[in-house]
Design a protein around this ligand. Structure first.
Ligand code: SF4
Length: 381
């Protein structure tokens, strides 16, 4: 069943590593809410009936800057045009330092049932390096506030492999985070995205990226610590306690459809991928003229769909070979026999019950493995 993603493009302060579209000038938040409602109306006017939706995700930006009343306006508009499932997974991303109990209680009353809290690190100098707006204490308090407001599904994000990060540093963050038992943890390797202050600092030599061995060692500690603590690694960067996998992300990773609203949001439905303008003024101009704010769209070719399926399957819960072969009329194993045998011999992949899966060791090399698998089917267009 499809998902909906809403992009709320405002933040209190830009984090040094962040490549997501967001701005710190809040003067247009009201105008944004109204435009978003209009965008939803324009997008859905051609629908003959209300499409079903299983997950709703407010990301950004910092959607936890929204008051419950603002969230309610948007949700009410969505309800006019979409048929939400009775078991809707409704997530709001939260930045510690922007939430208080009454706000979260308001979200809960609306039907929000999952919080995704950006903790990132529990070490003051690391949070400073990332330009986060909160302290380690505030980050942990946010989990407690979420619990007090009645949330039993709380996810937390952390970032690892900061320059100069020691094994003890990541262990410290993990151990202290685990004391608060988040239901889900997303753990991302720090990336240096072009155009970010962090990237510029690296280019000018002020910051040195860790080498690959250090990255690998820290990733292994993250993966081992979390799995030994009862979390299932169900995607390269995602770990969940029983029953708490993120259904919204699983839908993306399984190639499901998703509608997306707000500047820079990316959507995919009826075989077409589209992406909205990454500029608030241009976004507003489109909506004021009764137009959708899409900057571009593309119909995925068979080759693109196959590559995506291989990438998402291997990063996530495995590739169902029979289904994939049938859908794309290929024999993936035959095309990649040598490579697959090698990966299995090296303990990087398993092939059982018709599923090709990367092992935890394989997750470490997932990018290279996916490229090689796709090269093996290069004749498919
Ligand atoms: S709070 Fe989130 S969206 Fe905003 S700048 Fe930081 S990382 Fe980016």
């Amino acid at each position: 069943m499809p998902s909906i993603y809403i992009h709320f493009p405002f933040c209190i302060k830009k984090c040094s590593y962040c490549d997501f579209f967001s701005i710190t000038d809040m003067k247009n938040t009201d105008k944004f809410n109204k435009s978003l409602i209009k965008e939803i109306g324009i997008f859905t006017e051609k629908f003959a009936s209300k499409p079903p939706v299983d997950t709703l995700f407010f990301g950004g930006g910092t959607p936890s800057l929204m008051k419950p009343e603002e969230l309610e306006l948007i949700f009410n508009e969505l309800k006019k045009h979409f048929n939400f499932s009775n078991t809707l997974e409704f997530t709001v991303e939260c930045n510690p330092g922007t939430i208080e109990k009454s706000k979260l209680e308001g979200y809960k009353l609306l039907g929000v049932n999952r919080l995704s809290i950006g903790i990132q690190s529990l070490i003051p100098k690391e949070l400073e390096f990332l330009d986060r707006i909160h302290s380690p204490e505030e980050a942990l308090e946010a989990i407690g506030t979420g619990r007090e407001a009645g949330f039993d599904n709380i996810s937390t994000d952390i970032i690892f492999s900061l320059p100069g990060q020691k094994v003890d540093d990541i262990r410290y963050t993990l151990e202290n985070l685990l004391k608060h038992k988040p239901n889900h943890i997303s753990a991302y390797n720090l990336t240096y995205e072009k155009g970010t202050p962090l990237y510029n600092r690296m280019q000018s030599g002020k910051v040195n990226k860790n080498d690959d061995e250090v990255d690998a060692e820290i990733f292994e500690i993250v993966s081992d610590t979390l799995t030994e603590s009862g979390y299932e690694q169900y995607e390269v960067s995602n770990f969940a306690l029983s029953g708490k996998k993120c259904r919204h992300n699983l839908n993306y990773w399984n190639g499901g459809e998703y509608y997306a609203f707000g500047p820079s949001a990316h959507g995919y439905f009826s075989g077409t991928r589209y992406w909205n303008r990454r500029n608030l003024k241009k976004y507003f101009d489109c909506i004021e003229n009764g137009l959708l704010p899409a900057e571009g769209s593309e119909i995925l070719t068979g080759r693109q769909k196959l590559e995506e399926r291989i990438m998402l399957g291997l990063r996530c819960e495995g590739l169902n070979i029979t289904e994939l072969n049938k859908e794309f009329n290929i024999d993936l194993i035959l095309k990649n026999r040598e490579l697959i045998n090698q990966l299995i011999n090296d303990g990087l992949m398993t092939n059982g019950n018709g599923m090709l899966k990367l092992t935890r060791k394989g997750y470490l090399l997932s990018d290279e493995i996916i490229i090689k698998m796709c090269e093996g089917i290069s004749e498919i267009s």
